[in-house]
Each structure stands twice: as C-alpha cells, then as structure tokens.
Ligand binder design. Structure first.
Ligand SMILES: *Cc1c(COP(=O)(O)O)cnc(C)c1O
Length: 223
C-alpha cells in the first residue's frame, strides 16, 4: 500500500462516519492525487485557480473539487463550469459573481460562508456581525444559482487546544443561530467545515461535518 493510501486510512479512522474528508492537494502533484483517488478518495480541495485548472485536465472527471482558498472574483469564471463547492465565500461581491457565472453555465454552485474567527490578521472571511448583516439584507435570496450549504472556518494555528476549541465552538453556535434564523427550511444548509491536519479530533468534537486535510495525507508540502 502506498504512503498516501496508508495516510488516508489513518485519517479516515479518526473520523466519525458522518464527517466528510476533503483531501487538500494544493502544491501536490497530480500523481499524488491519483494515488489518493486509487485509494478511493473522491473529494479534493485546492486553493489556487491556475493549479486547479491544470490538475483538472489531468485527472478523472468524477472527482469532486472544492475550492478552499480565497477566490478572487475574476477567477470565478474559470472554475464555474465544474467546481462542486466554493468553501470560502468571503464577500457579497464574490457571491454575486458566483451567481453570475453559475447562471451562465446553467448550474447551481454550492458554497459555504467563510467566517473569520481566528485571531490571525491575514485570514479572510466574514466577521460574525458582517455575516449576520449580509444574511439579514437578503440579497442572497435572489441568487437562484448559489446554494449556501453552511459555514467554513479555520481556527488559529496555535498549540493551545482550548483556544482552538473555543473558536470552533463559537462557529458551531453561530451555525445554529444562522440555521434557525435563515435556513430552518433548507435541509441542504447543514455543513460545518472545520478541522485540518493538526486539529481533526477537536473539530469532530465541535460538530464538524467536513474536515479539510492536506499534510496528514500528502505529507509536507513540496514547496
Ligand atoms: C491548506 C489548507 C488546509 C489543509 O491544511 P493541512 O494543515 O495541510 O491539513 C485546510 N484548509 C485550508 C483553507 C487550507 O488552505
């Protein structure tokens, strides 16, 4: 069994049955993705449009691609024909562009709203207040080609387990609020995407439904 196949098994063994695994393959070559694919993995996450486009051309078309990084509005048109989920929708402007490009391809694109909860300055995402405000204003209701399926966040990259837990708990509580206020009748609004290689168990305790795992599957990034 290849290292990647073994790593996949090890990661999956940590996940409750209802938690989906997004294999984050950014910076790793198509051959590595192929190995994971051959081991049964079908959902992959990438964070750069160019890199993703190149890989899509080389790999089987039943792969479900998630865009997990900051997506510039001018890049939406390139991925709109095939992307399964935009996990890090971080502005109304981006939602508008996804709506426009999805409509052009006669598709509905699933998105997650990215929350900015971590302390790091550099992270993108809605503050909880901005997210509430955006949802209250309601323009998203006029976006038939955008389906908001839940929330995504990255916890602070710290050793302190309690800090990570506090941030993920805040996100999970906010999910409940948003679900109740805006998506009570929308069964598809159910995803909570948090958890990366170093914080998978905490994420699962904090009600994650989808973990995005790179290093633990593909080893250190090759850059
Ligand atoms: C790179 C990345 C991951 C995966 O991180 P690992 O520590 O390699 O598991 C998850 N989410 C996002 C948004 C990323 O950019």
């Amino acid at each position: 069994m290849s290292d990647i196949a073994q790593n996949l098994l090890a990661v999956r063994s940590q996940l409750p049955e209802h938690v989906r695994l997004v294999a984050v393959s950014k910076y790793h070559p198509a051959e590595s993705i192929r190995e994971a694919y051959d081991a049964g993995q079908r959902v992959f996450g990438e964070s750069h449009e160019r890199e993703l486009t190149q890989k899509v051309a080389l790999l089987p078309n039943d792969i479900e691609w998630h865009f997990i990084g900051h997506l510039q509005t001018n890049k939406v048109k390139y991925i709109a024909p095939y992307i399964s989920m935009v996990e890090a929708a971080d502005s109304l402007r981006l939602l508008r562009e996804i709506q426009k490009q999805a409509a052009r391809h006669d598709r509905v694109i699933d998105v997650l709203l990215e929350l900015h909860i971590a302390e790091e300055e550099t992270k993108y995402g809605f503050s909880l207040d901005d997210c509430r405000k955006m949802l209250e204003e309601g323009e998203w209701r006029q976006m038939p080609n955008v389906r908001i399926c839940g929330l995504m966040m990255m916890a602070s990259y710290v050793e302190d387990v309690e800090q990570i837990r506090a941030e993920m708990t805040l996100a999970a509580d906010f999910f409940d609020e948003v679900k109740q206020r805006f998506f009570a009748d929308a069964p598809y609004f159910k995803e909570r995407s948090w958890g990366m290689s170093h914080d998978i168990p905490i994420a699962c305790q904090c009600r994650s439904t989808m973990v995005r795992v790179g290093t633990a599957i593909f080893c250190e990034r090759g850059y």
